[in-house]
Design a protein around this ligand. Structure first.
Ligand SMILES: [Zn+2]
Length: 110
């Protein structure tokens, strides 16, 4: 069952194929500040509507997107290389309950 979500102000809407069974708690310098919980999906299965702004840093492999109105982190996606996946900030998904899913620590320390 597809799951909807949105940023805080509602300008950006996301839709994914199903609720995540697990989410990543990444330890990169950005995620440590933003407290994202990332769910991975194949890009073709994700729908994102509304304007986002990409922040690009470090090795410049991915763009990390946020809503320009409310600042909510929304997703990341590749800038070139095909990873076969993109990351959605699971905190935006309707009904997301961190205590109800497995939280896996992902080591991207930089
Ligand atoms: Zn917003």
């Amino acid at each position: 069952m597809r799951v909807q979500g949105s940023c805080h102000c509602g300008a950006v809407r996301v839709e994914v194929p199903d609720a995540p069974a697990w989410v990543a708690a990444c330890n990169c310098s950005l995620c440590r500040k933003l407290a994202w919980r990332v769910a991975y999906y194949p890009p073709e299965q994700v729908r994102i509507s509304g304007e986002t702004v990409a922040y690009v840093w470090g090795d410049r492999m991915i763009g990390i997107h946020h809503c320009p109105v409310c600042g909510s982190g929304t997703h990341w996606q590749t800038l070139g290389e095909d990873f076969g996946k993109m990351g959605i900030n699971a905190r935006l998904l309707d009904g997301f309950d961190e205590s109800a899913v497995e939280v896996r620590k992902v080591d991207n320390a930089d």
